[in-house]
Ligand binder design. Structure first.
Ligand SMILES: [Zn+2]
Length: 326
């Protein structure tokens, strides 16, 4: 690259830097803009150090037309696939940050309930849906779901699912109708193979919990020391447009607890290939019901890690525990 081109690029980068700073000043902290600003600064540093325009992989000069098209380019044409991989990784990291922003707090006290959740994506993003939303009437809405598939596509569908649920909650939609509407909308707006399991409920300050379950792993309830599954009351949402969902009720006392989970937990395997399974989870839950929700989830994860004994994780994993606030 000729020296006059370098000056042109330096001017261009300096101009972009000013615009980024203006945008940051106007918008406040914005990770995507801050990342871009760092990239621009790194390119200016490379110009200063004389390493600008050298491929970071093979150290050959980067083609002029590539640099003119993208002054932040760090790889030559021959190594562009690596750069593209990197760009993809950056997109994925951004998607992960967006998804993290959609999650409810890890712990919450609301409506007389104490709740904790764990959310462990297999990769950068998860197809699990985990939500908590206190309502104006003093109740607490909670949800746990699992979108078909994995990765970016599943995380997009998960975000779509959450947006629908949130809108319907704003309109005070009863649980059964909420699942019905979510199912119909998913059915009409997504690809045929795109559906989601969804267990959700509304916890009242009195201890009463309404539950509806669209094909999700049955939530577990411990009442009076006895553990039971709350069976699914319908098919996954998005599978059939006309699906209906019934609502059941349980009443929890001060020493009782409720657990929601995705199959990433129960389908974990030990080195011999055996599944952790629902029965093992049920007895483990019953054994640890007395713990505060956060400690309860930590105990479940500790036991799962022991069982897995280093077997690689194969799925997204989420857990949520609810009990009456002390
Ligand atoms: Zn190269």
């Amino acid at each position: 690259m000729k020296d006059d081109s370098r000056w042109a690029i330096r001017d261009q980068l300096a101009g972009r830097r000013r615009r980024l700073e203006d945008a940051l000043a106007a918008a406040g902290p914005e990770p995507a803009l801050e990342d871009l600003l760092q990239e621009v600064d790194a390119a200016l540093d490379r110009l200063g150090a004389g390493t600008y325009g050298r491929c970071e992989i093979c150290h050959d000069p980067i083609e002029d037309e590539l640099l003119l098209a993208d002054p932040l380019a760090r790889f030559c044409k021959g190594d562009l696939s690596d750069a593209q991989v990197r760009a993809l990784q950056e997109d994925l990291e951004l998607a992960a940050r967006i998804q993290a922003g959609l999650l409810p707090k890890a712990e919450m006290q609301a409506g007389g309930w104490s709740v904790a959740r764990l959310y462990h994506p297999l990769g950068a993003v998860s197809g699990d849906y985990c939500d908590l939303a206190p309502a104006a009437d003093g109740t607490l809405f909670f949800a746990m779901g699992d979108v078909a598939g994995k990765g970016i596509a599943a995380s997009m569908l998960m975000a779509h699912l959450q947006a629908m649920v949130r809108v319907l909650l704003e309109a005070d939609t009863p649980l059964g109708l909420l699942l019905e509407k979510v199912s119909r909308t998913l059915c009409e707006t997504t690809l045929p193979a795109h559906f989601a399991t969804l267990a959700c409920g509304r916890a009242h300050p009195s201890g009463e919990v309404e539950m509806a379950n669209a094909g999700h792993m049955p939530p577990l309830v411990v009442r009076g020391g006895k553990v039971a599954e709350i069976a699914a009351t319908g098919l996954p949402v998005g599978m059939f447009c006309q699906a209906k969902f019934s609502v059941s009720k349980v009443v929890l006392g001060p020493d009782d607890a409720l657990l929601l989970y995705t199959d990433g937990y129960t389908e974990s395997r030990d080195p011999a290939g055996a599944e952790f399974g629902r029965e093992r989870l049920a007895s483990l839950f019953a054994l640890n019901t007395g713990l505060p929700p956060r400690d309860l989830l930590a105990a479940l994860m500790h036991e799962l890690d022991r069982f897995r004994a280093g077997t690689p994780v194969a799925d997204d994993l989420s857990l949520m525990a609810l009990r009456r606030a002390p």
